[in-house]
Design a protein. Structure first.
Length: 47
């Protein structure tokens, strides 16, 4: 955490996930896991 942050100490990411599953000989496996960012709230200067 950046304790010297002047515009707040948090940042929130709001979004959803797009998943793709494929059936293999061993069973179902996730073949794609993609985060779709919609909104960022809070202090954008945090790293």
């Amino acid at each position: 955490m950046n304790n010297s942050a002047t515009n707040g100490k948090t940042r929130t990411f709001i979004g959803s996930y797009a998943l793709t599953a494929r059936r293999t000989a061993a069973g179902w496996r996730i073949s794609k896991f993609h985060y779709l960012l919609k909104v960022i709230e809070g202090n954008a200067d945090l790293t």
